[in-house]
Design a protein around this ligand. Structure first.
Ligand code: MLT
Ligand code: MN
Length: 312
């Protein structure tokens, strides 16, 4: 199985279009060791030909342009794609907006939880993907599912989806109550265990996660690879950077550092490769010369980048 990180940044990307923080400025100016990143998505292939996308980011056009494997093959039909299905891990803009760029009456399948499918159904703009051509299928939680193309043929990619602590999508939050708690444990945000049919080795993809509890630690034990929520290094980083009022926790994202952070929470869990993805444009690890980057690497984690490939 091949796994390609096609977008390693969080919502907004890196640099973010309107961000003048030092990191976005450094990326824009081409500073050494500060690399641009597109928004959150990975591509997985079991047979090296067909691909399953996990999340469809607003940058999907650029991601396809940068990834020959996702482009129509030279000998394929006049209109074709190697993308067989898209699996959504939540309804956030950075994970669903790219669906709109996959219009043009091209068959593929969409998989998501009932909540996320309800959000797509409630927003009529997604009808540019006619469900008669692009079927929408429920991703049942805690049940292994063979991901199929629009015609129901298996892709060879198998997914076991499970709820993780998270939050409803930002645009679904009811305005006017700044102290409201929008956290959710019931499938608004999911993680996925991805494997090839008949293979025991698995990659876990969890781009959004608010907390790591005992159940998640048990689930992750012996994973060949973990691609995990690396939105913020420190919980109060966006406030300290002066770009916003929200903590990582308020956004539904656990910090990398600190006693309650992901590095500490997973330190004694046996995992083959551990890679941070969904990295926000305020996260100092984006600068390869930073002390935070060094600390994360010393703790045994990799910093995901666009084009990074994991082979199982
Ligand atoms: C998130 O991961 O918190 C969201 O992508 C934020 C957003 O929608 O901008
Ligand atoms: Mn996001």
């Amino acid at each position: 199985m091949r796994v390609k990180i096609i977008g390693s940044a969080a919502g907004g990307g890196f640099p973010q279009w309107n961000c003048n923080y030092r990191l976005s400025r450094s990326a824009r100016s081409g500073m050494a060791g500060v690399h641009s990143r597109t928004q959150s998505s990975i591509a997985v292939s079991a047979d090296g030909t067909g691909w399953v996308l996990f999340n469809a980011s607003p940058d999907i056009g650029r991601q396809i342009a940068q990834t020959p494997e996702l482009q129509p093959a030279a000998d394929a039909l006049l209109r074709s794609t190697p993308i067989r299905a898209v699996v959504l891990t939540n309804g956030d803009v950075d994970h669903v907006a790219g669906l709109l760029s996959l219009r043009e009456r091209q068959p593929f399948a969409i998989y998501a939880t009932a909540q996320v499918l309800a959000t797509l159904a409630a927003n009529s703009i997604f009808n540019v993907l006619d469900p008669a051509i692009v079927p929408r299928r429920i991703l049942a939680l805690t049940e292994e599912l063979a991901i199929c193309n629009a015609d129901g043929q298996e892709t060879g990619v198998v997914v076991d989806a499970f709820p993780v602590p998270g939050k409803i999508a930002l645009y679904l939050e009811q305005r006017g109550d700044p102290s409201a708690d929008f956290s959710s444990d019931t499938g608004d945000t999911i993680g996925v265990r991805i494997s090839g049919a008949g293979s025991r080795a698995a990659v876990f993809y969890i781009p959004g996660c608010a907390r790591i509890d005992a159940a998640l630690r048990t689930r992750l034990a012996d994973a060949a690879c973990l691609l995990f929520d690396g939105t913020v290094y420190a919980d109060d980083e966006m406030i300290l950077a002066g770009v916003g009022q929200k903590t990582g926790a308020r956004m539904g994202h656990i910090a990398m550092s600190g006693e309650a952070g992901s590095i500490a929470a997973l330190v004694d869990v046996r995992i083959g490769r551990r890679v941070f993805v969904h990295i926000n444009n305020t996260n100092p690890v984006l600068d390869e010369s930073s002390a935070e980057h060094a600390a994360v690497r010393a703790a045994g984690w990799e910093i995901g980048s666009d084009g990074m490939e994991i082979e199982l």
